[in-house]
Design a protein around this ligand. Sequence first.
Ligand code: SF4
Length: 337
Amino acid sequence: MRRDDLIRYTCRPLLEIRGLNLEFGTPRGRVHALRNVSLDVPAAQVVGIVGESGSGKSTLAYTVMGLLSENADVTAGSILFEGKDLLKIPTQERRSLLGDRLSMIFQDPMTALNPVRTVESQMIDIQHHEQGSRSEKRARAIEMLHRVGIPDPQSRIGAYPHHFSGGMRQRVCIAMALLVKPAILVADEPTTALDATLEVQIIHLLKDLQKEIGCSVLFVSHHLGAVAELCDRVAVMYAGEVVEQGSVRDIFHNPGHPYTRALLECDPGRLKKSTRTLPTIPGEVPNLLGSKQGCLFRSRCGQAFNRCVQDNPVEYRIGVDQVAQCHLLDQGRSASA
Ligand code: SF4
């Protein structure tokens, strides 16, 4: 391999999503859930996906994992993982990546754990790709339960999921997801069901384990504080599109898209004064039925102008490592456009 090719290859992101379009067939028509989504997840980095409910962030996570419902249809794009397009490889090959190279933590740990099997049997099963005897796998499971802070893991490993509290169950799920040392961990709102104290503990735990294992993480959350704490990069989604992405520092300190700015202004952690009513972005996420023209944020955007109705915004670079889709960023636009 030539040196230039070697540099390009080794610098390639671990996961490259390109031009991804996804639709759901419904009795009322086609719902365009993801539109032209492009996103990189570099090796050993944590990429946050933020946005309101209905913005498509969980749908994106499930698409990467190949866990979509039967009425979902990827109409364009690719998801390259370690050089292979996950959308094109045989189903069997894709399945064998799950729980091995690709692992997931779900929002509700009870839906991820089998309620009628002990944690021990589930943690041993998840290591089916690994070498070693059952007792060695059990020992690895106990060690991982210890790492995630389960007290007395020697005896607790024999318990059933309902014997654990919500926070402890999520720790068990994290232990299971990381036990296989995945290349990528997809975490779909893993702290949403937890109280604030537990959320902080789980975020710190994820951060420590991600560094220790060296995996990449795709972290879906509507909690901007958690994203700022955990992530290296962030992608902001609105109505199925990635409207802005870049390093956490750039996005949080110098947001370029009006929607990103509105999201940050509504973040309870950033409010300067105490208030009884939390601020919200006026209006609602648009209905995603059928094809759309113009900027999907225009009905809620205080800076919308004529062009926003007619033209779909394209991506503009606003920093070395930051891009956003908004007509205001077009340096060549005329003042009246
Ligand atoms: Fe607002 Fe127009 Fe930019 Fe959309 S393209 S965010 S409507 S200014």
